[in-house]
Design a binder for this molecule. Structure first.
Ligand code: DX5
Ligand code: ZN
Length: 239
């Protein structure tokens, strides 16, 4: 499937590539050196990254502000890796086309940010991107079951969104188990993603619970070299 939106040229569906790269460690760029973004992305690719996680915060849905389409577009210009864009913003429906045009391959909205995620998930798919739905620790997984047929990815947050370097909340594990069972029972493939406090101590329980995509910020960027932590984390996720 390709997207022929703007110029009539086809836009590759990069997120499909991820199916052959699991388990995958997704560096969260929140803590990277933005003054040298191009160099950082090359270092991450050399370290084995197969997808990049971009945290978009609007200072409204979450108590922090990061970046928007400009940084997504800049990453798109220097890397061909799939871009997994995590929208922690109010009114995400107003910006889906812009993030797709900027180069997002997966667009994840928060269930807590909208009344009904289904029309937005359908719109994300119409745009040719993978449709992701995120839930915060207090949000039950049962509350999004009716949305799952419209999802390509579900993100079980293991911290309240807004900052890197927080402590992992194990409430995400039960949700991952539920989603894995739902996906098998309904024969509906879902990328199961976990985000927040994922590190050497917490990644194996996530793998046992069914996670396949592991977003890691401080667990990678607190190290000078990225290859070693990436390889060690991936080895721990291979159960
Ligand atoms: C938090 C973000 C995460 C965060 C992860 O709201 O969604 O992606 O950057 O960072 P660590 O791995 O340090 O918790
Ligand atoms: Zn994130």
């Amino acid at each position: 499937m390709a997207d022929t939106k703007k110029t009539g040229t086809t836009t590759p569906v990069r997120h499909d590539r991820l199916r052959t790269e699991l388990p995958a460690i997704l560096p969260s760029l929140l803590l990277c050196d933005f003054a040298n973004l191009g160099t950082e992305l090359r270092k991450l690719e050399d370290a084995g990254a197969r997808c990049l996680h971009l945290d978009v915060m609007d200072g409204h849905f979450v108590p922090n502000m990061t970046y928007g389409m400009t940084i997504v577009e800049a990453c798109r210009r220097v890397s061909d890796l799939p871009l997994d864009v995590h929208l922690m913003i109010a009114n995400p429906g107003n910006y889906l086309r812009q993030y797709r045009d900027a180069g997002a391959d997966i667009i994840t909205i928060h269930a807590e940010a909208v009344d009904d995620p289904v029309p937005l998930l359908q719109e994300i798919r119409r745009l040719g991107a993978g449709a992701g739905l995120a839930i915060n620790p207090p949000t039950s997984v049962e509350s999004i079951v009716r949305c799952l047929p419209h999802c390509d990815l579900v993100l079980a947050m293991s911290v309240m969104p807004g900052f890197g370097g927080q402590i992992f909340n194990p409430v995400a594990l039960e949700k991952l188990r539920f989603l894995r069972d739902w996906s098998t029972k309904n024969m509906h493939p879902l990328f199961l993603e976990v985000d927040g406090g994922v590190n050497e101590a917490t990644i194996a329980p996530c793998a046992q619970a069914g996670a396949e995509l592991y977003v890691v910020g401080s667990g990678i960027f607190r190290h000078a070299g990225y290859a070693r932590p990436m390889q060690e984390l991936r080895a721990l996720a291979c159960i």
